[in-house]
Design a protein around this ligand. Structure first.
Ligand code: PW2
Ligand code: MN
Length: 254
């Protein structure tokens, strides 16, 4: 039977995930972020990159820009981000390697979940494949989850072989709102993880070359449930309000 010095290949695989999960959780606790290099190995990383480029060339990316209006509804909205994005659930054709990435990170997070008491992580978003097309495109300083929408861990997988700081596009992280940023190089096959809430303001510095990344956000079950309940409550109120607005009295408040 194929036991290697008493372990089966599955044992070895489980151990490998368990070791990495321990390192990730310890580091997240200590500094709020953590990155793993050579996460899949170069061959698989390049396969993922080729699928992402294929998405880009097939115009599957949309403008992800989020404009922040300056309150008085004027058209002088300033753009705060220039990335192009594509939401991928992993079942699309020609996304097998991206799908492999999603299941591998799921396994790592499942091992981490066993070690993190404060969260109960069961779900995640779809994969957000993002491209900063160069020419100084960036993403202003922000927090991914400032208002408890349920997201607790952000994972960013970078796909930029031979990237150097001269190309810009560094991920500047301000853990605990620190003055000096931690500058993360978005290099090929690097997996970065950080708490999604206000502990980690971050920004993408202006990028002078095409820069690809895949983001997966993981939800805490309870925070997500509370957020969904609040959202439904707001929907109900809005429905009642719009009911009163057009004069009809059905569903009006008491
Ligand atoms: C309402 O629809 C949407 C659709 C897409 C959205 C994407 C982001 C987002 C957040 N953070 C980053 C980031 O920090 N990237 C760091 C890096 O690439 O190193 C990023 O690239 C993108 C935020 C809100 C969104 C809302
Ligand atoms: Mn972000």
């Amino acid at each position: 039977e194929n036991r290697l010095n008493g372990y089966t290949p599955m044992d070895l695989l489980q151990n490998r995930f368990f070791e990495r999960a321990e390192f990730v959780v310890d580091t997240l606790r200590k500094q709020g972020y953590c990155y793993l290099d050579d996460f899949h190995g170069e061959d698989i990383a390049l396969k993922i990159l080729s699928e992402v480029k294929n998405l880009h060339h097939r115009e599957k990316f949309t403008d992800g820009e989020l404009v922040s209006s300056n309150g008085n509804g004027s058209m002088l909205n300033k753009k705060i981000r220039d990335d192009k994005i594509a939401w991928i659930d992993g079942k699309e054709e020609n996304c097998q390697a991206i799908s492999h990435h999603m299941t591998t990170v799921n396994t790592l997070i499942r091992f981490c979940n066993g070690l993190i008491e404060e969260y109960d992580i069961e779900h995640r978003t779809k994969a957000m494949v993002a491209c900063y097309p160069g020419q100084g495109t960036c993403y202003k300083r922000h927090v991914d989850n400032p208002n408890k929408d349920g997201r607790c861990i952000t994972t960013l997988y970078y796909l930029n072989p031979g990237w150097t700081e001269e190309k810009g596009g560094m991920l500047n992280l301000y853990p605990g709102g620190s003055e000096e940023p931690v500058k993360i190089l978005p290099r090929l096959d690097r997996l970065l993880l950080f708490w999604s809430d206000r502990r980690n303001p971050h920004e993408v510095a202006p990028s002078h070359d095409v820069r690809y990344a895949i983001t997966l956000w993981y939800f805490d079950k309870n925070e997500r449930a509370r957020f969904r309940k609040k959202q439904e409550e707001e929907e109900r109120k809005k429905a009642i309000f719009s009911g009163q607005e057009n004069g009809s009295n059905e569903g009006g408040g008491n």
